[in-house]
Write a protein that binds this ligand. Structure first.
Ligand SMILES: [Zn+2]
Length: 1005
């Protein structure tokens, strides 16, 4: 085997000491003075067999114990073993419902198999302390390794990336390879001991700074992007150049003394080549292969920038503008302006196999697109993660949060603060709903991968923004420069960063780090009072009284409502704080935190009150029904004129207001309407609903109050909906809730007497529901019970004292549905329903268990379904509002004391796309069958206590989207049914099989 031919030709690599860096003056308590890191060198020789995807390698690790401890064991990571069944990674995926590596078969899964290992001169077999996970291998040392002593480890191994790519990968059946974490890699030994941490989806890597001397035996036509510089051999760039006229800077002489040649020691087969790379002071070596790469080269200062992209992506990545290259240079320039000159010779940006985002390695970034934000983020990691190397599973915010912050800052300077804005809205909602966990949590101990990402990236990014706010932008820049100056090419942690930040700013910042990284506090301020006094010298003294309502605190600015002028900054710490400032001119209307920097979750009480309008913390705008507008600092109140029709009121005109704060709080709906028909009664109406008050947010609980007096009905409703979900990104979504409703009829003229009796109910009861999405299958279930009293309004004519009847009743409904992939690309939908009503006399029509669709209470808020003659309930218009027993072919006014039903449909998408108005067209066949109370339809033969009903037909369902508004349209043709005289468009004599139709704006279930 080739592996045997690749025996290392050199003896132990000379332990070239890392030149000790002179540390800048530190305070005596600074962690930098007692800092140490281990000294590691790798000499790797490896050969890739492309058809099998297996790389066969040998490495010689030279390890000098620079710690103050005596070591008795030695560890390496075999990271590729994460991407196979049985790994901790695979188990974490299974727990979160992700299907990736847990069931991959040979030859698709990755592996990294240690063959022979010689540690301290002894041939030893490794142990796998986390078995069945094998991402950590361990050896007991033959003799203790004292401080200052060194050892060598010679390891032969075979490695194969997975065909399902994740931060590494190979193209199944192809010639593309992204090699990352592909060699037995020394586990970091730091002040906490061996960091023998298996690889999980959350948290990336942690490595010892080392010298890498890597000799690769590859097919002759491969083009390579790699960490380090090619000191020998042809990486294929010349042949791959986009512009053949351009010279290539190989930087072969970058490292001095130039490493000894290794290629002459290799025996190459025909059609193979040797390429020898060298890198120093990096904690990983990654490389990417693709014979079809196109190569472009540029430079920022002394740093050579190489871009390798697939030929078919030339339009996006290259072109005349050399898009990816120019953006990578731009990113390096931005980072240089923040930190200083890169400590490394080059940066290679490769077009990777994995879709979605990018991954950073020292001197290499692997990206799926030339997106500017992605390039700035991944290039940012050359500093945060690369040269400032944190332990990524212990404190991932130090690389991801900081890199996201640098990226957002980059765009902010170009006039786009959108990243900060959207991140803050996301984080505020997670904070308020109590999903947030401390940012400093160990990566795999976050509740789930979603929470890890939101905390470490998004809230981490805001943490750095808050630090910049507290210390000021100039000081922030000085902090980053000092951090890099002191800690580059070392391992960093929160303490090292905080010490630099405190030293440079001259401030104690533990309160800030504590609240943002180690706790999940809520921050909220209220502007209580403002007093202005004219001083004898003509100037103005203003006193603002500020109230702290949250458990967290931040300095809070006091400025003009416009945000143009900041007068003062309150400390934000006391529960009530008075801040005084003097100005030459009388200040205008004041606001707290007008620049939106203090993470204040309710900014509606930050505005100074004025006469009549009060705080006026709103923005009134014309409602665009296709856009959901939310603001960070104001209630958005969107108004829209609306109109509809019914028989009594005629054309009815209304004005609707939708309002919200941060999308989900203070959500309101106000609708005032006036009927225009002469002689109509009860012409003015209103419907009002208000949810989730921001002043009293209840985590994971939606509260709603509603009241109405419209079109002959009046009522109030209270509703509570508590989410019991455990994970935001996967798993079941169970809810429990409680609803109380009073609904009265006040003007029979509006009532559709097929659906409504002249009476009312006062009812209340609990409900439970759940839904679960697994793959493309969706399960839903809901149970609801109500109890209360019903009453009949006195009729006209003779009225007895007993006519005003009140009667207790109970009503319960339950339904469960499943939609899942079925045979031949179809989807099967099944729903079961049961409902019943108990009362000594029959139910009011509006409280019957409905046969064909939703009951009148459920559709009441829709003016097209509310009153007699409204568009969707006109006798000649066959609209179906789904619900109840959902026997869709039957008349919407049928109902009784009970119903049982089974609804099914089998559908197949014939058109689907991600953009445009029309997103999907689905053809379906449906079948509904039910047993219903004889009160709903006359049984056949008569005398039975139930009727059996069924319908069968075909339909077309389309999904549309414009902006944020998505809706369904359904046209169905119930071609066959029994009891056809109960169809909405029945004309005698009728037939079992006939052409019938119905339409709907909702899915059937
Ligand atoms: Zn990142």
């Amino acid at each position: 085997m080739l592996a045997l031919a690749l025996l290392l030709t050199a003896g132990p690599a000379p332990a070239r000491p890392v030149p000790p860096r002179a540390l800048p003056a530190n305070r005596p308590d600074s962690g930098a003075t007692s800092y140490w890191q281990q000294q590691v060198a790798y000499r790797i020789t490896a050969s890739l067999d492309e058809p099998s995807g297996v790389l066969t390698g040998r490495e010689l690790i030279t390890y000098v114990n620079r710690s103050p401890d005596t070591l008795r064991e030695f560890y390496v990571h075999d990271y590729l073993n994460a991407f196979r069944p049985g790994s901790r990674w695979a188990m974490a995926d299974s727990a979160e419902g992700r299907e990736r590596f847990q069931h991959l078969k040979d030859p698709d899964y990755a592996f990294e198999r240690i063959g022979a290992a010689t540690i301290m001169g002894r041939s030893l077999r490794p142990e796998y302390p986390y078995a069945p996970d094998s991402t950590i291998a361990r050896w007991a040392l033959a003799r203790p390794l004292a401080p200052g002593d060194s050892l060598t480890a010679e390891i032969a191994w075979e490695a194969r990336p997975s065909t399902l790519p994740r931060r590494q990968g190979r193209e199944g059946g192809g010639r593309r390879f992204d090699f990352a974490q592909w060699y037995p890699k020394v586990v970091v030994y730091d002040r906490y001991g061996w960091e023998d941490h298996p690889l999980y989806p959350a948290g990336e890597f942690y490595g010892e700074f080392a010298t890498f001397d890597v000799t690769l035996d590859l097919p002759e036509d491969q083009v390579i992007g790699a960490t380090g510089v090619p000191v020998e051999g042809d990486p294929g760039w010349e042949r791959a150049r986009a512009n053949p006229a351009e010279a290539i800077d190989y930087q072969r002489g970058y490292y001095a003394p130039r490493p000894a040649p290794t290629c002459p020691g290799l025996t190459l087969s025909a059609g193979r080549k040797c390429v020898h790379f060298h890198a120093e002071q990096v904690h990983h070596f990654a490389f990417s292969l693709n014979p079809d790469y196109v190569y472009e080269e540029g430079r920022y200062g002394d740093v050579v920038v190489r871009v390798l992209y697939q030929r078919r992506h030339a339009g996006a990545w290259g072109g005349r503008n050399r898009v990816a290259l120019r953006r990578t240079v731009t990113a390096l320039a931005w980072l240089d302006s923040l930190y200083g000159t890169s400590a490394w010779p080059q940066l290679t940006n490769v077009d990777r196999i994995e879709r979605g985002g990018g991954t950073e390695f020292p001197m290499v970034i692997m990206n799926d697109s030339p997106d500017l934000g992605l390039i700035v983020h991944e290039t940012g990691h050359q500093y945060t993660m690369g040269m400032l190397a944190n332990n990524e599973w212990r404190e991932a915010f130090l690389d991801e949060g900081l890199s996201d912050f640098q990226e957002a800052w980059f765009f902010e300077r170009r006039g786009d603060a959108g990243r900060f804005f959207t991140s803050e809205v996301t984080v505020l909602q997670l904070d308020l709903e109590r999903w947030s966990e401390p940012v400093s949590t160990v990566s795999e101990r976050f509740r789930d991968f979603y929470t890890y990402n939101r905390m470490v990236y998004t809230k981490g990014m805001l943490f750095y923004r808050e630090l910049r706010y507290v210390v000021g932008e100039d000081t922030m820049r000085r902090i980053l420069r000092a951090y890099y100056e002191r800690w580059r090419l070392r391992h960093v942690d929160e303490d090292s960063f905080r010490e630099v930040a405190e030293e440079v700013s001259g401030q104690d910042l533990k309160w800030l780090f504590g609240q943002w990284l180690h706790a999940t506090v809520l921050i909220d301020y209220r502007l209580r009072r403002v007093e202005r006094h004219r001083l004898p010298d003509g100037r103005w003294r203003t006193t603002a009284t500020i109230e702290r309502r949250g458990d967290g605190w931040m300095p809070v600015e006091i400025g003009d409502a416009s945000g143009d002028t900041i007068y003062a900054r309150a400390t934000g710490q006391p529960e009530v704080e008075r801040v005084e400032f003097t100005t030459a001119r009388k200040p205008g209307r004041l606001a707290l935190d007008p620049r939106l920097l203090a993470h204040d979750w309710n900014m509606l009480d930050n505005w100074e009150r004025r006469a009549v309008v009060g705080r006026a913390a709103w923005e009134i705008r014309v409602d665009d029904p296709f856009r959901e507008r939310a603001r960070r600092d104001r209630l958005v109140r969107a108004w829209l004129p609306v109109g509809w029709y019914n028989d009594l009121g005629g054309i009815t005109l209304g004005l609707r207001e939708r309002s919200n704060y941060l999308g989900s709080y203070d959500r309101g709906l106000l609708l005032g309407s006036v009927a225009t028909r002469d002689g109509s009664t009860s012409r003015a109406g209103f419907y009002a609903r208000w949810s989730n008050p921001v002043r009293h947010p209840l985590p994971r609980t939606a509260t709603t109050v509603a009241a109405w007096a419209v079109e002959g009905r009046a009522g109030v409703a209270l509703a509570v909906d508590r989410s019991l979900r455990r994970h935001l990104a996967f798993g079941a979504d169970p809810h429990v809730g409680f609803t109380a409703v009073w609904m009265a009829t006040t003007d029979v003229g509006y009532l559709d007497r097929r659906l409504w009796d002249d009476g009312g109910t006062v009812e209340a009861g609990p409900w439970v529901s759940t839904s679960l999405e697994k793959g493309s299958a969706v399960v839903r279930a809901r149970l609801e019970a109500r109890g209360g009293v019903m009453y009949w309004n006195p009729g006209v004519g003779v009225v007895s004292v007993n006519r005003y009847d009140v009667e207790p009743f109970g009503r319960a409904t339950g339904e469960a549905s499943l939609r899942a992939p079925f045979l031949l690309g179809t989807r099967l939908g099944v729903r079961v329903f049961a409902g019943g009503y108990i009362g000594s006399s029959g139910p009011l029509k509006q409280r019957r268990i409905t046969i064909a669709g939703a009951d009148p209470y459920e559709t009441f808020a829709n003016p097209f379904l509310r009153s007699r003659g409204a568009l969707f309930v006109r006798p000649d218009f066959h609209y179906q509002a789904p619900g109840g027993a959902n026997l869709r072919a039957f008349r919407g006014d049928l109902g009784g004391r009970w119903a049982l039903a089974l609804n099914t449909d089998l559908s197949r998408a014939v058109f689907r796309r991600q953009q445009g108005i029309l997103r999907e067209v689905v053809l379906e066949g449906f079948f509904d069958v039910g047993l219903v109370d004889s009160l709903a339809t006359t049984p056949s033969p008569s005398g039975k206590w139930y009727s059996d009903l069924h319908d069968l037909g075909v339909g077309v369902v389309t999904r549309q989207q414009i902006g944020d508004l998505a809706w369904t349209m359904r046209a169905e043709f119930p071609l066959e049914m029994n009891a056809w005289d109960r169809a909405p468009d029945f004309h005698a004599p009728g037939d079992r099989i006939d052409f019938r139709w119905l339409v709907s704006l909702e899915p059937s279930f």
